[in-house]
Design a protein around this ligand. Structure first.
Ligand code: 5GP
Ligand code: ZN
Length: 111
């Protein structure tokens, strides 16, 4: 899929509205439209990569930065505790092919 057709590229560009949680030069974070926890934020690189393995290979520093952004959100929302999920591939539940970290926090999570 090209960036032009990508839902999250459109959200990052502001062409589709989103509830921003955080942004910087490389990274954007916004509330998931269908939250699976009290706080459910998606953290995405501004640059388009299809999945976490592609991102890790191309730009490991960006991946590390996304983990730090997740930590900062959890520090504000729930004394630093959070779950970080990258669904990768259709059969793992990935529906948007612009890499995104699901950050689940804000409440005690089921094991
Ligand atoms: P995936 O299933 O690919 O791991 O995660 C995609 C996530 O994007 C889902 O949790 C879904 O609720 C969220 N999502 C899909 N469309 C939109 C949208 O238009 N806005 C926002 N904020 N989240 C979306
Ligand atoms: Zn994209």
């Amino acid at each position: 899929m090209s960036d032009k057709d990508c839902l999250f590229c459109k959200i990052i560009a502001g062409e589709i509205p989103s509830e921003k949680v955080y942004e910087d030069d490389t990274t954007y974070a916004f509330k998931d439209i269908n939250p699976k926890a009290k706080v459910h934020v998606l953290v995405v690189p501004r640059k388009h990569y299809a999945n976490v393995a592609e991102l890790a290979a191309a730009d490991p520093q960006q991946l590390a930065h996304m983990a730090q952004v997740a930590q900062n959100i959890a520090d504000q929302e729930f004394h630093g505790a959070f779950r970080l999920i990258f669904n990768t591939g259709i059969d793992a539940g990935q529906t948007v092919f612009h890499v995104h970290a699901h950050v689940l926090t804000g409440e005690k999570l089921d094991e």
